[in-house]
Design a protein around this ligand. Structure first.
Ligand SMILES: Cc1cc2nc3c(=O)[nH]c(=O)nc-3n(C[C@H](O)[C@H](O)[C@H](O)COP(=O)(O)OP(=O)(O)OC[C@H]3O[C@@H](n4cnc5c(N)ncnc54)[C@H](O)[C@@H]3O)c2cc1C
Length: 256
């Protein structure tokens, strides 16, 4: 296996013709004997996290523990999603780039980032994609790419709930909610995770709708979204019912 350690993003992009990005290595290390080459991203200066004017900008090389450490500046539900993502040792190794590139819908943090409508920066091409477009891009892109960072607007309200076999396990079903002011009104988002390749999401910008209507809509949407979500860990009937309950609960919290 060839090991490259470029000093700039431009150099890294050229080297990606001969290898794939290496970040924390938690996924790649067990696969090391099958890799032709890796491009270590640690010298690219991508590891900072800044909070300016309510916008959280996170470098792709920042580790999950870096965000977890910002407990005094972020909603507790975002911190909880970081904690549930992995144990302390892994949180100190796994990066946001690695997580965005390799996580599926069982990731509490990816589910939270979908609810927060995070945007992902990708090279080449200086693309700045909403996270759901990024997940679609990730599933179809054939050419090598580098995630350089991501960002999201600190929400006015956020919540996270999950059901799992044990408290620290990956969720069988999870839901994340967020509320952002938008012009005169507010936008509410609920993301569902726990099953499949990526979280799913619904959003509402209600004008004059009663809270009870929104809660009913969210419940019905979540039950339908997970109506076929059966696998050896849980039946579709179970997931659909829990999805309805959790979607309602997280929306209720951000509506309050
Ligand atoms: C024990 C264990 C259990 C796990 N279980 C789950 C699970 O059930 N569900 C789940 O979703 N995830 C799971 N994960 C994966 C988890 O998402 C990863 O551990 C972590 O997010 C990878 O981050 P890393 O920085 O270590 O990436 P690396 O191992 O360095 O890389 C992982 C992948 O991301 C690519 N990559 C890394 N950085 C970039 C970048 N900047 N731009 C483009 N591509 C990049 C790499 O090329 C590679 O393909 C598990 C991991 C471990 C160790």
């Amino acid at each position: 296996m060839k090991y490259y350690r470029p000093g700039s993003v431009e150099e890294a992009l050229e080297l990606l013709q001969g290898g794939i990005p290496l970040a924390g290595g938690t996924v790649l290390t067990p696969r090391r004997y099958s890799l032709e080459g890796v491009v270590d991203i640690r010298d690219l200066g991508l590891s900072g996290i800044t909070l300016e004017g309510g916008w959280i900008a996170i470098g792709a090389g920042a580790v999950i523990q870096d965000l977890f450490s910002m407990q005094d500046r972020l909603p507790s539900s975002v911190i909880r999603a970081c904690r549930l993502e992995a144990n302390l040792n892994l949180r100190n190794m796994m990066t946001f780039g690695g997580m965005l590139s390799s996580s599926d819908a069982r990731s509490p943090l990816l589910t939270m980032l979908v609810a927060l409508d995070a945007h992902i920066d990708i090279e080449p091409g200086e693309r700045h994609l909403p996270v759901r477009d990024f997940l679609e891009f990730r599933s179809r892109e054939q050419e090598a790419f580098l995630i350089t960072g991501l960002g999201f607007l600190n929400p006015q309200g956020a919540s996270y709930e999950q059901v799992s076999r044990s408290p620290g396990d990956f969720p069988l079903v999870c839901a994340a909610g967020s509320m952002h002011p938008e012009g005169e009104g507010r936008t509410y988002r609920v993301a569902l995770g726990g099953f499949g390749d990526e979280p799913v999401r619904m959003e509402w910008s209600p004008v004059g709708a009663a809270a009870a209507d929104l809660l009913g809509e969210a419940t019905a949407w979540a039950e339908t979204a997970y109506a076929q979500a059966g696998d050896p860990f849980a039946s579709a009937e179970y997931r659909a019912e829990i999805a309805g309950v959790l979607a309602r609960r997280v929306l209720q919290e951000v509506l309050a």
